[in-house]
Write a protein that binds this ligand. Structure first.
Ligand SMILES: Cc1cc2nc3c(=O)[nH]c(=O)nc-3n(C[C@H](O)[C@H](O)[C@H](O)COP(=O)(O)OP(=O)(O)OC[C@H]3O[C@@H](n4cnc5c(N)ncnc54)[C@H](O)[C@@H]3O)c2cc1C
Length: 1094
C-alpha cells in the first residue's frame, strides 16, 4: 500500500502494532484551531453501503420507474413489503443469483404495477454509472476515522452480480471488516448480522456508531446498544458523526491526523508568521494536521489556501541544548538540497522562541507515494525492482555528496542525539523522551568524535557499553557479537554523509514513476561509514511481515516478487558507486541488528524499572534477543565467508552466492532448489564434531545432562523396564513424573527445539541442531531418557509443528501443556490398508460440514495413543482427493476424547507393547472437530509432514548413535569381566574385531548425523534432505549391528530384559521401517544423486 507524502517512522508502525490509536474530542481554540482530547468511547464506525457510502438506490429506483413508465413507488412497495420468500429478500440473503432475481422481481413488480416490468435492467441501473461512485464526503470521513485509530466496517444488505461477485465498488482496504448479507445468509435488520459485524471488529455494540439510510436498520442497531445515525443527507450525517466522535472528518491528508492536545500550536502567532514568510494576505487562514508519527520532532502539515508546507519543531518541554536539533536538520537539508540530493526544499528556520516557544523550520510539502509495506503489494514485479533500484540510487546520491563543498566537514553529532532518536523510534511514551531520562540513559555513551574511518569501531564500542549498562540478563548472541566484532572490524571505511535511518518508508516517490523525489527524516544523519546506511536499509529483508517495529519481507519469495535480495542491493550499490563488490556486507548486517538489539535492551531495562509505560516496552526484551540472534546469524555467515576465503585452495570452486535469510528462514530455504544445492554447494564451515568444541553454555548443559543420566536415570533404567512388563504397565511409573520435574528444574527440558524454529528461545534452550545432536545422543543411552527431558517422539515433532504452524489458540490449548509435559500426544498417519511409506496413498477423509470437519479413517502404529496422558492426536487425512497429489492432505488436531475415536488394540513390536504409550490401532468414525483445528490450512498437510519429519528423523538417528554407544560401553565392560576358555572375552580376537568395528561404525554414522545437523543449521531442513535421508538409512542398521555384537557378547543375558540391549535392538529394528523404511530413503538419495552434476 502506498500513501501520499507522509514521514512515517517505526513509531507509526509500533503505535499500530500495540493499538495506541487514541480517541479524541474537539475543543474550540482561538483562531479557529481545534485540538482533541482522547475521551470518546467509540472504537468503530459501521457504514451501510447504498444510501450512505454510495448513492441511495431508492432515488435511482424512482428514476428508473420514470424512464420505464412504471407507476412511481412500485419497486419501493415491492421491496418494503417483501417477505422471506420475496425475490428481494432471497437475493439479499444470497439464496438466488442475479438472473433468477431479475425474473422473480419483474413478476412481483408487474403484479403491483399491473403491467409488464423489465426487472433485468433494474439491477444494472442500480449498479452502474454514478450509482457506483462513492460519496466523497463519506469516504473522506472514513479515512479521517482510520487516521485516528478507530476501526471501520461496511454492513450491507448486498447481492451477487451476474458474474458471481458481490457488488462492492469501494476500496476494501479502507475497511477493517466487511459484512455482506448475501455472503452471510442473513439481512439487516436481523440482529444476528449486527452482532457478526461487531464481533469481527472486536468491539461491543456500545463502542460502535452505525450509519444507515433505512430507519428500521438504524433502529435495530440502536436497540442493540449502538449509537445510530439515520442518513438522510450524507453531508449532514458526516457532521453529526463528527460531533459524536469528537474529531474532524474533513481535510484528510494521508499520513496525518488531528493535532493531539499535547502537541497544539499557538495558532495566532503561527498564522501571523506564516502569512509573513509565505507572503500571504492577512485574511488567509491556516489549518493544521499532524503527521501521524512525530514522536520525536513533531511534524505538522499546514494548509494555507492552495499552499501546503511542513513544519518541524522541537517537542515541548525542557530539553538539553543539543537535543532535538532541528537546526541541524535544517542545515543538512539545505546543504544536501544545494548539492542536488532529493530532499524537501527548506523554506526557513525560525529560532525565535516567541513564535512557537521552540525553534522550528518550514519546508515544502512533497506530494508523492510513500511505501509503508516493503513487499510493495500493489506493484508489479518489474515496478518493485525499479522502486528498490531507485532507493539504492537515492542512497548513492547522498553518499556521493562532497562533504567539503557542502560545508559539512564538521557535521558530527553528539551520541545522545542518536540515542534520543532511536529511542523515540522504538518507544512511544513521551515521558521517555524527557531529557532527565535521556541523560541518565545516555550517561555511559561515548562522546562523539568524528575520526574518519573508524566509525564502525566507535559505534560497536558505544553500543556495547550501552548494552552493558542496560543488561538485565545474559543474551548469548549479544555476548558472541561483542566478542566477535572487534576481531572483524571493516578495513578501509569511507566517510560520507550518512542518513542514519535510510529505509523505504522514509522515501517519497514520484506519484507515477519509480523515482525518489524526497528523502525524509534526517534527524539521525551524521558523518560515518556509508555501508551502515545500506545495511540498515536491508533490515526489512530479514524480518517477518508482522514484526512489531518494522514490517519485513523475510517470508516472501523475493525472486518471484521482483524484489532484489539484500546481497543484490549491496552489489547494485557498489556498481552505482563504481566500487569493488562489497564482500563483507554480512558484517554490516550483523552490526545493524546488533545496534537495534542494544537499543531494545535499553528500552526493556527501562520497562522493568517502571520508567517505561508503553505496552511495547516490555516486549522489547524479547525483540532485543531476536535482533541479537539475527545479528549473530550474520556474523556466523561472515565467519564462514572469511573461513572459505582463507581455506579455499586453487582447485576449489568458490561457494556460489545465495540469498541469505535468517528470520523464519526455514520457509525461504524451502524454496531453494535442492538440486542446485547438492551440486557441491553445501557450505563449508566449522562443524563441531566433538563435545569439547561446543560453546561453553552448551558444554555446561551437556555436562549437566550427562550427570543426570548417570546419577538419576541409568540407575533406575532396570526398574522402568520391569514396570513395562508388569500388570500396571499401562500406567505411568511415578518415577517418570518425578524425574521429569527434576529435569525441568535443572533446565534440561525441551532441548530439542532448534534455535531456528524458536529464535528467541521462548520454548526451548536455543540450541542448534548440532549442539542438540551432542546432547540427544546421551539421551539415547536409555530408552526412557528422552521422555524425562520432554524430548521424545512423537511429542517433539508435534510440538515443533505447533510452534511453526499453530495458531495462537491452538498453541495455548495444546502446545503449552505439551511443552510443560503435562499432556502427551500422538500422530496418526499410517493406515493398515495402504502402503503408508508413500503418504499420498492415505485414504482417511476430512470432510467439511459447516463449522466443522468430519474425520473418518482407520489408522495404526499411532505411537503414544494409549498413554493415559495422551490428549491430542495430529491426524492426517485428505480434504480434497481431487487436488494436485501433494495438496490433497491436511493435518488436523483431534482431542483424544472426541466421540468417534476408538482404540482397537495395542500393537506389538517383537511382542513388546511399549507401554504406557504403546502403538495403537485406531478407528476414527465420524469424528467431528471444529474447522479451526486444521493446521496451517486445508491442503497443507504434506507440506507440514515434510517440515515435521526432517527434525524427527535426525532425532531418531541421534538417539540411535546413543543406543549404539551405550551398547558398546556395556559390551566392553562385559567382555573385560567375563571369562571363557581361560581368558576374558576381551582377549578373544573376534571380540576385539567386533569392538573395533563397532567403534568405526559409530564414528562414521555420528559424523554423518552431525553433518546433516550442520546443514540443517546452515542451509535449512529442505537443503539438508539428502543427508537426512542418508542418516535415516544408515543409523538403524549401524545401531542394529553394534547392538547385535553386544548382545552376542552378553550371551543369553543380552536377549533378556535384564539389560537394555534387547530393547535397543527392538527399537533400532523398528526404525528401519518407522518414519520411512530404509528403501524409501535410499531411493530418495539415489534420485538426488542421479540428478547431481558429474
Ligand atoms: C514402532 C513403530 C512406530 C510407528 N509410529 C508411527 C506413528 O506414531 N504414526 C504413524 O503415522 N506411523 C507410525 N509408524 C508407521 C511407519 O511410519 C510406517 O510403518 C512406515 O512409514 C511404512 O509404512 P507401511 O508400514 O505402510 O509400509 P509399506 O508402505 O507397505 O512398505 C512396506 C515395505 O515396502 C518396501 N518399500 C516401500 N517403498 C519402497 C521403495 N520406494 N523402494 C523399495 N522398497 C520400498 C519397504 O521395504 C517397506 O518396508 C510406526 C511404525 C513402527 C514400526
Amino acid at each position: 500500500m502506498s500513501t501520499e507524502m507522509v514521514c512515517p517512522t517505526m513509531s507509526v508502525l509500533l503505535s499500530r502494532a500495540v493499538g495506541l490509536g487514541s480517541r479524541v474530542r474537539a475543543h474550540a481554540l482561538p483562531g479557529g484551531y481545534r485540538c482533541y482530547a482522547s475521551t470518546s468511547r467509540y472504537k468503530a464506525v459501521i457504514f451501510d453501503m447504498g444510501g450512505v457510502l454510495l448513492p441511495s438506490p431508492y432515488h435511482k429506483a424512482a428514476e428508473w420507474e420514470r424512464q420505464n413508465k412504471i407507476p412511481p413507488g412500485t419497486t419501493a412497495q415491492v421491496i418494503r413489503t417483501s417477505s422471506d420468500k420475496s425475490a428481494w429478500k432471497r437475493f439479499m440473503c444470497g439464496e438466488i443469483g442475479a438472473k433468477e432475481f431479475a425474473e422473480a422481481f419483474s413478476k412481483e413488480c408487474a403484479d403491483v404495477a399491473a403491467r409488464p416490468v423489465p426487472g433485468d435492467s433494474f439491477l444494472s441501473a442500480l449498479t452502474t454509472g454514478p450509482m457506483a461512485q462513492p460519496n466523497p464526503a463519506m469516504m473522506e470521513a472514513v479515512q479521517c476515522i482510520r487516521a485516528e485509530g478507530l476501526k471501520t466496517a461496511i454492513l450491507s444488505n448486498n447481492f451477487f452480480l451476474p458474474d458471481g461477485s458481490t457488488y462492492l465498488p469501494l476500496d476494501r482496504s479502507l475497511f477493517d471488516v466487511i459484512v455482506e448479507s448475501c455472503l452471510e445468509g442473513v439481512c439487516k435488520p436481523d440482529p444476528r448480522i449486527y452482532h457478526l459485524c461487531t464481533e469481527r471488529l472486536g468491539v461491543t455494540p456500545q463502542e460502535a456508531v452505525f450509519l444507515d439510510d433505512i430507519g428500521s436498520n438504524a433502529k435495530a442497531a440502536a436497540q442493540l446498544g449502538m449509537s445510530a445515525i439515520k442518513v438522510v443527507d450524507p453531508e449532514s450525517a458526516v457532521k453529526e458523526l463528527e460531533e459524536m466522535l469528537g474529531f474532524p472528518l474533513t481535510g484528510f491528508v494521508k499520513g496525518t491526523r488531528a493535532v493531539r492536545k499535547a502537541m497544539q500550536l499557538p495558532m495566532e502567532n503561527l498564522t501571523r508568521y506564516i502569512q509573513k514568510v509565505l507572503h500571504l494576505p492577512a485574511t488567509e487562514s491556516v489549518t493544521v494536521r499532524q503527521f501521524s508519527h512525530g514522536q520525536s520532532n513533531p511534524t505538522y502539515l499546514l494548509t494555507c489556501g492552495d499552499r501546503r508546507v511542513v513544519l518541524r519543531k522541537k517537542p515541548p518541554g525542557s530539553l538539553l541544548p543539543s537535543a532535538h536539533a532541528v537546526e541541524r536538520e535544517f542545515r543538512v537539508l539545505k546543504a544536501l538540497g544545494n548539492g542536488g540530493v532529493a530532499v524537501p526544499k527548506v523554506i526557513t528556520l525560525c529560532e525565535d522562541a516567541s513564535v512557537l516557544g521552540t525553534p522550528f523550520y518550514l519546508m515544502e510539502y512533497c506530494p508523492g507515494r510513500v511505501f509503508l509495506d516493503p513487499s510493495l503489494p500493489d506493484l508489479s514485479p518489474e515496478e518493485r525492482g525499479k522502486v528498490y533500484e531507485a532507493m539504492t540510487h537515492a542512497l548513492c546520491q547522498i553518499h556521493s555528496v562532497d562533504i567539503t563543498a557542502a560545508g559539512l566537514e564538521d557535521y558530527g553529532k553528539p551520541g545522545r542525539e542518536i540515542w534520543r532518536k532511536l529511542l523515540n523510534h522504538l518507544f512511544i511514551d513521551p515521558l521517555w523522551t524527557t531529557d532527565r531520562c535521556l541523560h541518565t540513559f545516555c550517561s555511559n555513551s561515548l562522546p562523539f568524535s568524528s575520526v574518519p574511518g573508524d566509525y564502525v569501531a566507535r559505534q560497536v564500542h558505544r553500543w556495547t557499553k550501552q548494552y552493558r549498562a542496560s543488561e538485565t540478563h545474559r543474551i548469548p548472541a549479544m555476548e558472541r557479537l561483542i566478542e566477535w566484532f572487534p576481531q572483524h572490524l571493516p578495513k578501509n571505511q569511507r566517510t560520507t554523509v550518512v542518513h542514519g535511518d535510510f529505509r523505504l518508508d522514509n522515501l517519497v516517490f514520484h506519484k507515477d514513476k519509480p523515482e525518489v523525489i524526497s528523502v525524509l527524516d534526517w534527524e539521525l544523519s551524521t558523518l560515518g561509514d556509508p555501508l551502515c546506511d545500506l545495511a540498515s536499509s536491508c533490515m526489512a529483508h530479514f524480518l517477518p511481515p508482522d514484526f512489531p517495529i518494522l514490517r519485513g519481507i523475510s517470508q516472501s519469495d523475493l525472486t518471484q516478487m521482483g524484489i532484489p535480495t539484500a546481497e543484490m542491493i549491496f552489489n547494485q550499490y557498489s556498481r552505482f558507486m563504481g566500487l569493488e563488490p562489497i564482500d563483507n556486507w554480512q558484517l554490516y548486517m550483523a552490526f545493524s541488528f546488533f545496534r537495534v538489539a542494544a537499543i531494545l535492551q535499553g528500552v526493556y531495562q527501562r520497562s522493568l524499572k517502571g520508567q517505561a509505560s508503553s505496552a511495547s516496552a516490555s516486549t522489547a526484551g524479547q525483540l532485543a534477543e531476536q535482533m541479537a540472534v539475527l545479528g549473530w546469524d550474520f556474523a556466523t555467515k561472515e565467519g564462514f565467508r572469511i573461513f572459505n576465503t582463507q581455506h579455499r585452495g586453487p582447485l576449489n570452486t568458490p561457494t556460489p552466492s545465495r540469498s541469505v535469510s535468517s528470520w523464519a528462514s526455514w520457509q525461504q530455504r524451502r524454496s531453494v532448489s535442492t538440486h542446485s544445492i547438492i551440486a557441491h554447494t553445501a557450505p563449508q564451515g566449522i562443524l563441531v564434531v566433538s563435545p569439547e568444541g561446543l560453546p561453553p553454555r552448551v558444554q555446561e548443559l551437556r555436562h549437566l545432562l550427562l550427570r543426570f543420566m548417570e546419577e538419576r536415570i541409568l540407575p533406575v533404567d532396570q526398574q522402568l523396564r520391569e514396570h513395562q512388563v508388569s500388570s500396571v504397565r499401562w500406567t505411568t511409573h511415578t518415577l517418570m513424573e518425578e524425574l521429569k520435574e527434576e529435569a525441568k528444574a535443572q533446565g534440561l527440558w525441551n532441548l530439542f527445539i532448534p534455535v531456528e524454529t524458536d529464535p528467541d528461545s521462548k520454548y526451548g534452550a536455543g540450541l542448534t541442531n548440532v549442539e542438540y545432536a551432542h546432547l540427544c545422543e546421551l539421551m539415547g543411552h536409555s530408552v526412557f531418557a528422552p521422555e524425562i527431558f520432554n524430548c521424545s517422539a512423537p511429542d517433539t515433532g508435534n510440538m515443533e509443528v505447533l510452534i511453526r504452524y499453530g495458531t495462537k489458540q491452538q498453541q495455548e490449548e495444546w502446545l503449552y501443556p505439551l511443552l510443560d509435559g503435562t499432556i502427551r500426544s500422538c500422530f496418526a498417519m499410517t493406515e493398515p490398508k495402504v502402503a503408508s511409506s508413500d503418504a499420498t496413498n492415505i485414504e482417511a477423509s476430512i470432510t467439511e460440514e459447516k463449522d466443522s470437519y468430519i474425520l473418518n479413517g482407520h489408522k495404526w502404529w499411532t505411537s503414544g495413543a494409549l498413554d493415559p496422558r495422551c490428549k491430542l492426536c495430529i491426524f492426517m487425512g485428505k480434504t480434497d482427493p481431487l487436488a494436485p497429489r501433494h495438496k490433497q492432505q491436511s493435518m488436523i488436531l483431534v482431542p483424544m476424547d472426541t466421540p468417534g475415536v476408538t482404540v482397537v488394540r495395542p500393537l506389538t513390536v517383537y511382542g513388546v507393547q511399549d507401554p504406557p504409550g504403546g502403538h495403537a490401532e485406531l478407528l476414527f468414525e465420524n469424528v467431528r472437530v471444529p474447522r479451526n483445528n486444521v493446521l496451517l490450512g486445508p491442503g497443507r498437510g504434506f507440506e507440514i509432514a515434510q517440515g515435521r519429519l526432517g527434525p524427527g528423523r535426525i532425532h531418531h538417528c541421534m538417539r540411535l548413535v546413543g543406543h549404539a554407544e551405550r551398547a558398546l560401553k556395556l559390551m566392553k565392560e562385559r567382555v573385560k569381566s567375563r571369562v571363557a576358555f581361560g581368558k576374558p572375552l576381551a582377549e578373544q580376537g573376534t571380540v576385539l574385531a567386533g569392538i573395533a568395528q563397532s567403534r568405526i561404525e559409530i564414528e562414521q554414522a555420528r559424523l554423518l548425523v552431525l553433518k546433516a545437523a550442520h546443514l540443517m543449521d546452515t542451509v535449512g531442513n529442505k537443503v539438508a534432505a539428502p543427508e537426512i535421508s542418508m542418516i535415516k538409512a544408515v543409523c538403524p542398521t549401524m545401531a542394529l549391528t553394534v547392538i547385535d555384537r553386544a548382545i552376542q557378547a552378553f550371551g543369553a543375558a543380552g536377549l533378556s530384559n535384564d539389560h537394555p540391549l534387547a530393547l535397543f535392538y527392538t527399537w533400532a529394528r523398528a526404525l528401519r521401517v518407522a518414519d520411512g523404511p530404509d528403501e524409501v530413503h535410499q531411493a530418495a538419495v539415489a534420485k538426488m544423486e542421479l540428478r547431481r552434476q558429474l
